[in-house]
Design a binder for this molecule. Structure first.
Ligand code: MG
Ligand code: NI
Length: 484
């Protein structure tokens, strides 16, 4: 839905909500009297209630409670909180069975999340073009014209969900990970069931990489410009430089590939990362401290992870990564739409990792939990499907959470999404002040590349309310609307 508000000198174009992203958002575009874009803003209403809500709760409940943050990515919060509570109980050196069950759960969720995003949310834009009729440019259109592809998307997602169910206990809001370990292993029957289909899953994931790659290469000229800009890229990864979505050290590179955070212990993240508050947004703007808020903002997620890592430790995904990296001579790729290609390389990596783990007898082990010396404060980071997730808790001697700080991936991508929207608006709106369907979708496509999880970024309790505000450059609210 779009509306325009005309005031004396400045026109505002508001797009609300952004379709096909996970949750709601609002975009405001400010134009001057010559129809030039002066600013574009992507707004998310952040209710920061959640960090306060868990205060006073016993620490062992937190891996369960934090899943309520988000109906879209509960497994990310479940695992990141469990990893943090491992440290609280001194049990971060997990048993092999616990570590591998956690990883299996994580790769299951990466596979299902990336498949959902690519096939259901993004593929209509790629298959039909950004300017195609929205009546066709949707998942129903994909099912009608690309039936095999749609079926594969559903099957990849279902497989990932079944892996989550078998490791977490349930598809959503499972209890599999507990402080210091897990509460179940994988039975031989469950393993054999997954092994039956895994070769097909890997093959379909390869097909998805090819689709995303071919699309990117065919449209390279147009995409290189589309909502793109140079940026820093941040992720955790293995200390040996390989991609590791579950654990590792913290690295950031700049747009040319120079290390700006050099494989540090993520427990010290507050020495490296700070969050800026801006008056117009409820969502914070994280940045790398040594570079400052102007230059230190960074991207997270599949594109950032492909840019920070030096290799992938599964053969098919590594071959795909080499092709991806070859395009930019091994330098970081700064093209926003390359997120889709990077995302499918990770989906393939997740499928290969699942295959590798299923062949590991440790999954049937019975030593599930460890503990050691209690700590009162701990931090853990996880590479969630959408990017780096930070959980930080302090627990008092009555076992209650005293303080919590979370930075979710969509918050880290806040500045990049705003930049992407501004780039697109400048290209498609300057001197052309009408809101066309194509324009709306170009802005949405740019945001969608980041796969934002707005319900997470808002730290909302339950379903998020959408508030629409029109604000002039002096900060005065011109109009306001709230919707459930
Ligand atoms: Mg926070
Ligand atoms: Ni989420």
């Amino acid at each position: 839905m779009a509306s325009t508000a005309q005031t004396s000198k400045t026109k505002r174009i508001v797009i609300d909500p952004v379709t096909r992203v996970e949750g709601h958002g609002k975009v405001t575009v400010l134009m001057d009297e010559h129809n030039r874009v002066t600013q574009a803003r992507f707004h998310i209403v952040e209710f920061r209630g959640f960090e306060r809500f868990i205060q006073g709760r016993p620490y062992w409940e937190v891996p369960m409670i934090v899943q309520r943050l988000c109906g879209i990515c509960p497994v990310s919060h479940h695992l990141c909180a469990a990893k943090t509570m491992d440290r609280i109980v001194g049990g971060e050196r997990l048993t092999p069975t616990a570590e591998k069950m956690r990883r299996l759960m994580h790769y299951g969720q990466v596979l299902q999340s990336h498949a959902l995003h690519f096939f259901h949310l993004a593929s209509p834009d790629l298959l039909f073009g950004f300017d195609a009729d929205p009546a066709k440019r949707n998942v129903i259109g994909v099912i009608a014209e690309h039936r095999d592809l749609a079926v594969q998307g559903v099957m990849l997602r279902r497989y990932g969900q079944e892996v989550i169910k078998a490791t977490a206990g349930k598809k959503i809001h499972g209890t599999g990970a507990i402080p210091g370990g897990i509460n179940k292993n994988l039975s031989v029957e469950e393993r054999d069931g997954f092994l039956e289909d895994i070769d097909q899953i890997v093959e379909w994931a390869q097909g998805a990489v090819k689709l995303a790659k071919d699309y990117t290469l065919e449209h390279l000229d147009e995409l290189a410009d589309f909502g793109s800009f140079e940026s820093n890229h941040l992720s955790i990864l293995s200390p040996d430089g390989s991609m590791d979505l579950y654990d590792g050290v913290l690295r950031a590179v700049d747009a040319q590939g120079n290390r700006v955070i050099d494989d540090v212990d993520y427990a010290d993240y507050l020495d490296y990362i700070s969050e800026e508050i801006r008056s117009w947004s409820y969502m914070k703007f994280p940045f790398i401290k040594s570079l400052g808020p102007e230059r230190g903002w960074y991207r997270v997620g599949p594109l950032a992870r492909l840019n920070t890592c030096e290799r992938i430790d599964t053969p098919l995904a590594e071959a795909a990564r080499k092709e991806f990296a070859g395009l930019t001579d091994g330098k970081p790729n700064n093209v926003t739409m390359a997120y889709h290609w990077a995302r499918m390389i990770e989906a393939l990596h997740a499928a290969e990792k699942i295959n590798e783990l299923l062949h590991d007898a440790d999954l049937q082990g019975t030593d599930l939990v460890t503990e050691g010396e209690r700590r009162e404060e701990a931090v853990s980071l996880l590479e969630a499907p959408r990017g780096t997730l930070f959980h930080h808790y302090r627990v008092n001697d009555r076992d209650e959470v005293e303080a919590a700080n979370l930075i979710v991936s969509t918050t880290s991508n806040n500045e990049p999404m705003n930049r992407a929207v501004q780039r697109v608006a400048q290209t498609h709106l300057d001197g052309k002040p009408e809101i066309t369907e194509g324009l709306l979708n170009h802005i949405e496509v740019a945001i969608r590349a980041y796969d934002p999880c707005l319900s997470c970024a808002t730290h909302a309790l339950g379903k998020m309310q959408l508030r629409v505000q029109l604000v002039d450059p002096e900060g005065e609210v011109l109009d306001e609307r709230t919707r459930h």
